[in-house]
Design a protein around this ligand. Structure first.
Ligand SMILES: Nc1nc2c(ncn2[C@@H]2O[C@H](COP(=O)(O)OP(=O)(O)O)[C@@H](O)[C@H]2O)c(=O)[nH]1
Ligand SMILES: [Mg+2]
Length: 359
């Protein structure tokens, strides 16, 4: 809750624009999407392989970030201004963000000075450590669910970010945990969005509350909260629209959905998870600021890390937003959602021995 309060009370530091592009650019053919998803879950690997999948998912970022840092180090015979400048550039290009990159370089410089390091070869370990420090801020990545069922999770984000897929992955995990899950099809903007959630619900074997296309999402949520109670669900996960005619309408609608949840169940929502697409880079940061203001955000699901070399965005999120990344998406399969762990993430990012294994 502290996170909400922080954002609610926070004055806008800058004018943020969520353009129509950001809301609608990722418009896709939902029908195709549903087809594409037909057999995704049958391709999921056995559980033992997940650590490898995690590392493999971060391969592109690792090559882009630590791969390039290592080349820099190899090709430098001393630590000078050029060295630091180039390091900064590599970080910025991996979407660590300008401010975060500057800060990171400063911290590394400080350590290098303090430890009287002169060999460029020793700098990588320092960067690794500073990345762990940066990511490991006080917020925990665990979901804060209620002892008293049902827990309500509201999922928000722009169109195409991966909301519906992430909801399916979460539902699957809860189901594996023997939890009773109910889904709510709060994205009533297009019929295909409702169908997509229904298909996932059937596949995972969980119940869903849905209305017709164009229905008031508030009414869906009202029904869903009450059904969750009546059916004694442990967790209710609510999908929402990421695309409307314009930004103001979208934010109004999501704000309204949140209010209805609160009215029906004052202690809910227990989590508001913002889904961000890692491939959108710095754009994700401005989206987060807008959603944080409209609905409050208690955690982030960062999707599509497998498809991008710009996973450095995790660092920018940690430093600039101070909203914990709770899960990361590393593929389209049912098991491709992982709880975020700072240390493991940093290790996967910097462990160059992994490259050899991947060859
Ligand atoms: N590679 C990859 N694709 C993902 C991931 N998460 C979602 N997707 C894909 O992104 C597309 C949009 O996802 P969807 O859940 O429909 O987005 P929504 O509009 O926010 O509900 C789909 O094709 C998903 O399979 C991920 O972690 N990795
Ligand atoms: Mg969706």
């Amino acid at each position: 809750m502290a996170i909400f309060d922080r954002f609610k009370g926070k004055k806008r530091e800058e004018e943020i624009e969520l353009t129509q592009d950001q809301i609608g650019d990722q418009e896709d053919s939902r029908d195709k999407l549903i087809d594409d998803n037909q057999d995704k879950d049958t391709k999921t690997p056995p559980k033992s392989g997940w650590l490898n999948r995690f590392k493999k998912g971060l391969q592109k970022t690792r090559q882009n970030l630590s791969g390039r840092l290592e080349s820099l180090i190899k090709n430098s015979d001393r630590i000078d201004d050029d060295f630091w400048e180039e390091m900064e550039e590599i970080l910025i290009q991996a979407d660590v963000g300008v401010n975060t990159s500057l800060e990171l370089v400063e911290k590394v410089q400080h350590q290098v000075k303090k430890q009287k390091i002169q060999e460029p070869g020793q700098v990588l370990e320092i960067i690794h450590q500073e990345v762990v420090n940066l990511l490991g801020f006080e917020e925990s990545s665990a979901l804060s669910l209620s002892e008293k069922a049902p827990s309500v999770i509201l999922v928000v984000g722009v169109n195409g970010a991966g909301k519906t897929t992430s909801i399916a992955k979460l539902a699957y995990q809860f189901k594996q945990d023997n939890k009773r899950v109910l889904l709510a099809a709060g994205d009533t903007f297009r019929a295909a969005a409702i169908d997509q959630l229904q298909i996932w619900a059937d596949r995972i074997g969980v119940e869903i509350i849905k209305h017709q296309e164009g229905a008031d999402p508030g009414a869906v949520v009202y029904d869903a909260v009450n059904a969750a109670r009546a059916r004694r669900a442990d967790v209710l996960i609510i999908d929402t629209a990421g695309r409307l005619q314009n930004k103001t309408n979208l934010m109004k609608e999501i704000g309204k959905v949140r209010k209805i949840i609160e009215r029906e169940m004052p202690e809910a929502p227990h989590e508001v998870l913002l889904v961000l697409d890692a491939t959108t880079g710095q754009n994700a940061i401005s989206q987060a600021k807008i959603f944080a203001e409209a609905t409050g955000v208690s955690g982030i699901i960062l999707t599509k890390l497998d498809g991008t070399a710009k996973g450095g965005i995790v660092l920018a999120i940690a430093r600039e937003l101070k909203i914990p990344v709770k899960f990361i998406g590393i593929g389209e399969g049912m098991e491709d959602l992982r709880p975020f762990a700072a240390e493991m993430f940093a290790d996967a990012l910097f462990d160059r021995s992994l490259e050899a294994e991947e060859q």
